[in-house]
Design a protein around this ligand. Structure first.
Ligand SMILES: *Cc1c(COP(=O)(O)O)cnc(C)c1O
Length: 418
């Protein structure tokens, strides 16, 4: 049996990831996909290279447009998510910015969740607004409010599956039905909920963007991003893309991205990065399950601690978003939690006493990382705006790693005792 078919029949994520076949047989029967660090590719005849440029002979030509090792990483993501098409890019922000640039132009608008990763917020509110692409920020947990903002120039509704760092969860089914009703694209940043726990297509998401720097890279090994097109949106409905559908059909969005973004703007993932990201993907399930188990244990431990005022992790059964976390993300809504102490000063002192948990700004490293968002990631926003984004001076964000849970609890305990 064809190995591709065989791996699709296997249910386990790790089994499937490990056995995705190469795009082509390897000349040396390498067991691991080689790193094709080449810029250009040789063609047997002038007729062949001309046919390739006409789009009639698919082949790699120049690694700014596509590369075999990157293609393999894209194939793995495709096999594991069931996406129709996948494009790998150099960072999560590249995945997000490219998607917006591909669907909108000056005069168009995007409706976005107001609780967003800070740089995504800045991209929409500053960078893209400068080019005339408007963003209307709204509370995406309020589906009616989202619907009211849609007009004939709305190109997409955008939200984060679990917002970072508020850890709020929108009802995806409701957002998807509004998007469908108004024929608008639904784009989700699913970085926090990797494909083990989030089946974007089944939830009704058309396009998923992800920072693979986080869960997928294998412990902060490299920057990366992916764009998944689930093949559910009719690109004739978008006036910027409809002229391309006669040629590209269901592949219109990714074809446009590959030409206008990869090729013209020069933003390709490198072969070396794709190689380490592929290995990271093979180990994703093992790492995620361990982090999730640690996250639950730490959440319960912190909730009982007398110095802790509040713990937020939607995977805990008494959390307000627990039902949605169960329905949409198998009850495992990522491996980040937040907790509050009585003051900003208490947070700083606590963090300074930590010995194992590192003070750093990243998520889903193998190491546990802590940060005080108010004084760091959000410091450029005025205080009232920070408060309206539900960022509190008393809150810390803990990205839970894969250390032993008992070692993490011991570190937290000694930092509280001071
Ligand atoms: C980190 C992050 C990004 C940006 O990803 P990079 O790979 O750092 O560019 C986007 N969205 C979310 C939710 C993130 O956590």
């Amino acid at each position: 049996m064809n190995i591709f078919k065989l791996t699709r029949m296997k249910k386990n994520f790790t089994t499937r990831s490990l056995h995705v076949p190469f795009p082509k047989d390897d000349a040396y029967n390498a067991l691991d996909m080689p790193i094709y660090e080449t810029v250009a590719y040789d063609f047997g005849s002038s007729e062949d290279i001309a046919a390739n440029f006409r789009g009639e002979l698919p082949a790699h030509v120049y690694s700014r447009t596509s590369n075999p090792t990157v293609e393999y990483f894209e194939m793995k993501m495709k096999a594991l998510t069931g996406a129709h098409q996948v494009l790998a890019v150099p960072s999560g922000m590249a995945a997000i910015s490219a998607s917006f640039l591909a669907i909108g132009k000056s005069g168009d608008n995007i409706i976005s969740g107001k609780h967003l990763f800070a740089h995504s917020h800045a991209l929409l509110d500053e960078s893209l607004r400068n080019y005339g692409l408007e963003t209307r920020f709204v509370d995406t947990t309020d589906a009616e409010a989202v619907e009211q903002l849609i007009d004939e120039n709305t190109r997409a509704i955008y939200f984060e599956t679990v917002t970072n760092p508020q850890l709020e969860i929108a009802n995806v089914e409701k957002l998807a039905s509004i998007a469908k009703k108004h024929k608008v694209l639904l784009i989700a940043d699913s970085t926090v909920t990797p494909p083990i726990v989030c089946q974007g297509k089944e939830l009704g998401i058309d396009i998923e963007v992800m920072s693979t720097t986080k869960h997928i890279s294998g412990g902060a090994t490299s920057f990366g991003g992916v764009i998944l097109d689930h093949g559910t949106y009719d690109w004739n409905l978008n006036p910027n893309l409809s002229p391309l559908t006669a040629k590209f059909g269901k592949d219109t969005f990714i074809a446009r991205l590959r030409k206008n973004y990869y090729r013209n703007m020069g933003s390709a993932m490198t072969a070396h990065t794709a190689h380490i990201q592929s290995i990271g993907l093979d180990l994703l399930e093992l790492r995620f399950e361990r982090s999730y188990s640690n996250c639950m244990q730490l959440g319960n431990f912190l909730a009982k601690h007398e110095k802790v005022k509040q713990v937020t992790y939607p995977g805990m059964p008494d959390a307000s978003d627990y039902e949605l976390a169960k329905k949409q993300f198998a009850g495992k809504p990522g491996t980040i939690l937040t907790f509050d102490l009585e003051s900003e000063k208490a947070c700083f002192e606590f963090m300074n006493r930590l010995q194992l948990i590192r003070r750093a700004t990243n998520l889903n490293d193998n190491k546990s990382l802590i940060i005080h968002p108010w004084s760091t990631i959000y410091v450029d926003f005025p205080e009232e705006e920070r408060l309206s984004m539900k960022i509190r001076p008393t809150m810390m964000r803990l990205s839970v790693g894969i250390e032993g849970a008992e070692d993490l609890m011991e570190d937290i305990d000694q930092a509280f005792k001071g």
